[in-house]
Design a protein around this ligand. Structure first.
Ligand code: F6P
Length: 319
């Protein structure tokens, strides 16, 4: 394989740049010509494909976001869009792809491979940590640490004013961020999409322990109860006291990646290129128990990565 293209797609995640850097330099070290595809699948369709040398990725290891840009590209969900993408990749002589993204990216890559046979290896780049086939995704550790620091700050106000905070964290379909942040900040309650929320249970807990109502509750955005505002509204009605809401939103996706994310991204970026050179295709390079492992790409988004329910119970036991 002489020419490999790399792209980032879906929500940006801290560490994507470290992955681009590692894949590019590893490929070059192995005698491959490397290409960057801008804005994910959109760049394939629009022919925004650029040659990369070792200097194209200088000084980016500590930067958040992605220097290649990213997109959630509806055109790529059509057969027509994918045909156009293939034609542009062939024009540049690209024989293999490294795709850094989450489940939407890998769903698209699986279909593309099954349709056209162009080898692709994924690296898990999403703050959600919801991909099967890796213990952690690139960006997750940074997002959890950012949210933890934010909640620590909110706790100062909660303590000083005797106020309750409902803090909403990201994770569309998965409660990994909520659970780890909740554990790390000593939250009294964590609402996740994987478990049906009982507002009544929460109220009973509050009635049992509460004197000064300065609680921190962590709500995953995908939770079924209806989000942090709904919790706060119902809490006010029930207890006739004020509650505040903080939605951390995209703040969790930005900023410089932690050392763990940079190291993970570096290992996986290089592993993805090596996998292509070894003739592998349609797989994701992940890390399981500290070892690099390749998982069929379809499984990464079809199978479910489970939160640690024991940890969720522990949060409630020790609150
Ligand atoms: O998948 C990453 C993620 O940050 C989710 O946690 C969140 O629900 C979603 O992306 C937000 O997407 P967008 O940036 O397109 O609003």
């Amino acid at each position: 394989m002489k020419r490999i293209g790399i792209f980032t797609s879906g929500g940006d995640a801290p560490g994507m740049n470290a992955c681009i850097r590692a894949a590019t330099r590893y490929g070059i070290a192995k005698g491959v010509e490397m290409f960057g595809i801008k804005h994910g699948y959109k760049g394939m369709i629009d022919d925004a494909i650029i040659p990369m040398d070792r200097y194209s990725v200088s000084g980016i290891i500590g930067r958040g976001g992605t220097i290649l840009g990213t997109d959630r590209c509806p055109e790529f969900t059509t057969a027509e869009g994918r045909k156009q993408a293939l034609a542009n990749l062939q024009k540049h002589g690209i024989e293999g792809l490294v795709a850094c993204g989450g489940n939407g990216t890998f769903c698209g890559a699986t279909i593309f491979f099954e349709e056209h046979g162009l080898p692709v290896i994924g690296t898990p780049g999403t703050i959600d940590n919801d991909l099967y086939g890796t213990d952690f995704t690139i960006g997750y550790d940074t997002a959890v640490n950012i949210a933890m620091e934010a909640v620590d700050r909110l706790r100062d106000t909660a303590e000083s004013h005797g106020r309750t905070f409902f803090v909403e964290v990201m994770g569309r379909h998965a409660g990994f961020i909520a659970l780890d942040v909740g554990t790390a900040v000593g939250a009294e309650y964590v609402a996740v999409p994987e478990v049906v929320t009982s507002f009544e249970d929460l109220c009973q807990y509050i009635e049992k322990v509460d004197q000064d109502r300065r609680h921190i509750f962590i709500i995953s955005e995908g939770d079924d109860y209806g989000g942090a505002f709904k919790f706060a509204e119902d809490f006010k009605k029930r207890f006739d006291v004020e509650a505040r809401v903080a939605i951390l939103g995209h703040i969790q996706r930005g900023g410089s990646p932690t050392a763990r994310d940079r190291i993970l991204a570096t290992r996986l970026g290089a592993a993805a290129v090596q996998a292509l050179l070894d003739g592998k295709n349609c797989m994701m390079a992940g890390e399981i128990n500290g070892e690099i492992s390749l998982t069929p790409m379809r499984e990464t988004w079809e199978k479910k990565s489970e939160i640690d329910r024991g940890l969720l119970e522990l949060v409630e036991v020790i609150r």
